[in-house]
Design a protein around this ligand. Structure first.
Ligand code: C2E
Ligand code: MG
Ligand code: MG
Length: 586
């Protein structure tokens, strides 16, 4: 149409005329422009290998300018000497008349100005004919391209802050380990490490210091490593470590110990000295857990258990935690109705008098018989109950239920179960103004003698507001109940308060009992705690006794009572009655 008649402005009309051929000079110029603007390096030689064309990209790639190399033989500066013979053979083949005029791209090594070998992708073609033929070659830099690809892959698979592998790389590596170890019990262990109170550090000192702390933690974890397949950062303050093969569990546990140790030294960040602890959860493959998702959520559950114990410690996922990780919000929502729907249960664990080997009391431990989750252990919902204040009605229910149960046993026959029940109180209950009244009312209603009720309060709950707790403990004591300090050794007790609190019993935390019999130092802390307790007129219960060796050591050290799986796990009231009295064990 109109465009066909009106010429395009700026165009040389003659060049469009039919039959016009650009003269040689114009063609060369254009060719020169094309090769100069080419994305690839372009080199042309004559039949003897002397350079006739050398574009800007070639200069960038090899470091020589066109002036420096024109008319020089590529054998002098471009072809690594060990490839001379091969180059000559290539030249001969390219110039053979029978050959196709271009060759497919090949990888070649060429020298740059510094004599470094550069890997290029080279495609050559033959131009001209007769003795004046030329060989042109387009070259792409593979070395840098690969480096860029590798950098990209690295960024995709690594955490930019710490340089550690990220979740993606960890997931690949875990999938590989699981596929390889399929069916083998405990062949893969996953360790989750989460820093305790990291948010507080970030809030108080700022994100820059927070980042420095994370980098420092990453470095210490790497240094603490001996056997891990991979140490990854998931983002935030969470790290994942994988152990693969025989001894995976032992390796994971040993790593956890070294990691906690490595983190115990203060971290210098900016002008601050930061003290940090971590909670570690470990989970293993088993006949039922063979996939990444349940394995990771078990490790998470174990880690939360470690957090619930106050942090700075390791938990291995076990039977007691055979509960899927509960979503916090769902927990909060359904916990509201757990009480109304009577989904809460009390399990009981006997407390054994070591010298005579029989139970003198039971501790009531709450369980949530969740409609979908099955039995849920307290560490998975008590923290939510505490945060929401639901612990107040739940705690009152526990007290009433435990007192009624003991009263029922008393009425039939205690059958060697002892005559006391211990109930755990949370910090939130201690703070609540109605606590003393509630306890008094429940005792009156159930008719249980106050001396038969022990209230357990954790060391950290007591020391949180020691002055406030003192008044509450005195009022409770006036009711005639016994008072125990629970999980002793995991918090920081003020000795002066310990002396002023009207306590009767001190419960040594399981972490110290675990050390008994392992080595001579293992007994030192327990010895010191027992001596301290006795000096303060308190009786001592060792928690979490699992082996005969531990029991023998406790007996030797003069510990009064023991509680633990060695005697019985916490069980429903009916099961306890069926299994008691205990055989005398010592
Ligand atoms: P706790 O009072 O120190 O109870 C001891 C915990 O150690 C229990 O865990 C018990 O099952 C476990 N245990 C006992 N013997 C052994 C053993 O030999 N080996 C091992 N590995 N563990 C043993 P559980 O029942 O999961 O309770 C955890 C914590 O939840 C309790 O620690 C207590 O602080 C809290 N809790 C339990 N019931 C209640 C409750 O009714 N109210 C409140 N406020 N807290 C509760
Ligand atoms: Mg307790
Ligand atoms: Mg305890």
């Amino acid at each position: 149409m109109r465009e066909g008649i009106v010429g395009t402005p700026g165009r040389t009309p003659s060049s469009d005329l039919p039959g016009h051929r650009p003269d040689a000079a114009t063609g060369d110029e254009r060719f020169g422009q094309v090769i100069d603007s080419a994305r690839d390096a372009f080199i042309e030689t004559d039949g003897s290998g002397s350079v006739t064309e050398w574009n800007g990209r070639a200069q960038e790639l090899f470091g020589w300018s066109a002036e420096e190399v024109l008319d020089r033989s590529v054998l002098d500066f471009l072809i690594p000497p060990r490839f001379t013979a091969k180059f000559l053979a290539d030249m001969e083949r390219v110039s053979a008349p029978s050959l196709a005029r271009s060759t497919p791209a090949r990888e070649r090594l060429l020298l740059d100005r510094q004599g470094q070998e550069i890997r290029v992708n080279l495609s050559a073609y033959l131009s001209g004919s007769g003795p004046d033929f030329r060989i042109g070659a387009f070259l792409q830099d593979l070395t840098r391209e690969r480096a860029a690809e590798e950098a990209l892959a690295h960024a995709y698979l690594h955490d930019s802050l710490t340089g550690l592998p990220n979740r993606t790389l960890f997931t690949y590596r875990l999938a590989y380990a699981l596929a390889r170890g399929r069916g083998k019990l405990g062949s893969v262990a996953v360790l989750v490490l989460d820093l305790d109170r990291f948010k507080a550090i970030n809030d108080a000192l700022g994100h820059e210091i927070g980042d420095e702390v994370l980098v420092s933690v990453a470095g210490r974890l790497v240094d603490a490593d001996g056997t891990a397949e991979i140490i990854a950062r998931l983002g935030g303050d969470e790290f994942l470590v994988l152990f693969d093969g025989d001894g995976a569990e032992a390796d994971a546990v040993a790593f956890a110990g070294r990691a906690l140790e490595a983190l115990s030294a203060p971290i210098v960040a900016g002008t601050s000295e930061v003290f940090i602890t971590a909670s570690i959860g470990i989970a293993l493959t088993s006949t039922t857990v063979r996939e990444a998702t349940p394995l990771l959520s078990n490790a998470d559950a174990a880690m939360y258990q470690a957090k619930a114990r106050g942090g700075g410690t390791t938990e291995v996922f076990g039977e007691a935690m055979r509960v899927t990780v509960l979503d916090r919000l769902t927990t909060e929502h359904s916990l509201h109705r757990a009480l109304e729907r009577s989904e809460l249960r009390l399990f009981y664990q006997p407390v054994v008098e070591i010298s005579v080997g029989r139970a003198i009391a039971v501790e009531a431990l709450i369980r949530w018989d969740h409609p979908e989750q099955g039995l849920v252990v307290p560490n998975r919902f008590i923290p939510v109950a505490e945060e929401t204040g639901l612990i107040i009605p739940i705690g009152a229910w526990v007290l009433a239920e435990a007192c009624e149960q003991l009263k029922a046993w008393e009425d039939i026959d205690a059958r060697g179960l002892g005559t006391a029940v211990a109930v755990n109180l949370s910090a939130r209950q201690i703070d609540h103004p109605d606590l003393v009244d509630t306890v008094a009312q429940i005792l009156a209603r159930t008719g249980l003698a106050p001396a038969n009720l022990t209230l357990e309060i954790t060391e950290s709950a007591l020391m949180n507001d020691a002055a406030g707790a003192l008044g509450v403990l005195r009022a409770l004591k006036d009711l005639g109940v016994s008072l125990a300090i629970d999980d002793f050794g995991t918090g920081y007790s003020s000795l002066s308060y310990l002396q002023r609190f009207p306590l009767d019993i001190l419960k040594v935390d399981k972490t110290f009992v675990d050390e008994l019999g392992l080595n001579p130092e293992g007994s030192e802390i327990v010895t010191a705690v027992i001596n301290l307790a006795h000096a303060l007129g308190l009786q001592v219960i060792a928690e979490g006794v699992e082996t005969e060796v531990q029991l023998e050591e406790l007996q030797r050290l003069g510990c009064d009572f023991a509680q633990g799986y060695l005697f019985s796990r916490p069980v429903p009231a009916a099961d306890l009655l069926a299994n008691f009295p205990l055989p005398v064990t010592s």
